[in-house]
Ligand binder design. Structure first.
Ligand SMILES: [Zn+2]
Length: 359
């Protein structure tokens, strides 16, 4: 039997979980869940699926991990900081947690081609599961970038990918559920992303800002956690036309496991996975839809978002740990995907993307 393929998950909010959910990711899943038994402050309490030991068990040797902090204006009902300076400080706190995990050998920051290759060599040794999980730092929504000069500082800290927006209107333009193009500040920042050779993450752009950003940006583009609107009708997901455009730009799209992004008609905080008989087969449907549009299996990967403020209450029922993503090997295999296809989806497509960008 072949060993499980290396898994490269291109979207996890590890530091947000550590510092806002107060999860010590070094422990077992059971220990994290037990600590939350009495908590009712968030809908996913006790339902988490991500810890470092579970990532290793699922052969997740590498991930893209976020800094995330939004700002909102004073009339907004969405959560967020009152100023970019506070949001910046929040992301710097998240960075301090990543650094501490690096110093303990739990994580290893990957910031260039040679570091990537060295890390992959460690993880490719037969039967080896090294302790250090590689992570590439990404920013989910750029409200926290106080001035363009802060982006250069963030780059020097290892930041390699930037999403300009998150939910609703932001400092850079329209995010999910909004309908505005980029703001003047967003356009200025986008030019800085390109100048620094960073990756533009187009996840969470609304249709207007997606159009605006792609028209202006000449650098590398990926989508860290985005699904197909044809299969889950909401502007959070890409239309077939948008997927076609991303494929034409040699982008790779990470498919997410969030139920609300997988099926039509999911009602947030009301629907259950059982009602939809939701399994990882549905994740494979989204992977397959991207492949059918592309005409090959080279433009899709996994950006699970499996710790993105939801847990098992909003996930496929056969995903009780991040390690269960390995079940996709069998599911895709039964659909006729070859082993090289599956290895590409699990890691190779995004690794190839990074090798091109960092060559
Ligand atoms: Zn997100």
């Amino acid at each position: 039997m072949n060993p499980s393929p290396l898994l490269f998950d291109v979207h996890l909010d590890l530091a947000m979980n550590a510092l806002e959910w107060n999860r010590d990711l070094r422990g077992s899943l059971e220990s994290v869940r037990r600590r939350e038994q009495h908590l009712k402050d968030r809908p996913d309490r006790g339902n988490g699926v991500v810890t470092f030991p579970e990532m290793r068990r699922g052969r997740m040797g590498l991930c893209v991990a976020t800094q995330i902090a939004r700002t909102v204006d004073r009339f907004s009902r969405m959560p967020g900081w009152a100023s970019p300076e506070q949001a910046w400080a929040q992301t710097q706190g998240q960075l301090a947690w990543y650094r501490e995990m690096e110093s303990q050998g739990e994580l290893r920051q990957i910031r260039d081609r040679s570091g990537l290759e060295r890390h992959l060599t460690d993880w490719s040794a037969e039967g080896a599961t090294p302790k250090a999980i590689g992570y590439i730092l990404s920013l989910e929504g750029a409200d926290s970038i106080v001035t363009p000069a802060h982006l250069e500082r963030a780059y020097s800290q290892g930041l390699r990918a930037v999403g300009l927006t998150h939910y609703g209107p932001g400092r850079c333009g329209g995010g999910t559920d909004d309908d505005q193009p980029l703001t003047p500040f967003g356009r200025e920042l986008l030019a800085e992303v390109e100048r620094l050779g960073m990756i533009l993450d187009v996840t969470h752009l609304c249709d207007a800002s997606f159009r605006d950003a792609l028209d202006r940006f000449g650098g590398p583009v990926w989508a860290s956690h985005s699904n197909c609107r044809t299969l889950a009708d909401w502007n959070r997901q890409f239309t077939d036309e948008q997927i076609r455009e991303l494929v034409a730009r040699d982008a790779v799209i990470g498919v997410a496991v969030d139920a609300i992004m997988l099926v039509h008609g999911w009602r947030h905080l009301k629907s259950t996975p059982a009602e939809f008989q939701l399994t990882l087969e549905r994740v494979a449907d989204h992977i397959d839809h991207v492949c059918q549009i592309a005409g090959n299996a080279n433009h899709v990967g996994i950006g699970s978002d499996a710790d993105g403020a939801f847990g098992t209450e909003q996930m496929p029922q056969d995903l009780q740990s991040i390690a269960d993503l390995q079940r996709l090997v069998g599911i895709l295999g039964r659909r006729g995907y070859t082993q090289p296809d599956i290895e590409g989806i699990f890691s190779g497509n995004f690794l190839g993307f990074l090798r091109r960008v960092w060559s």
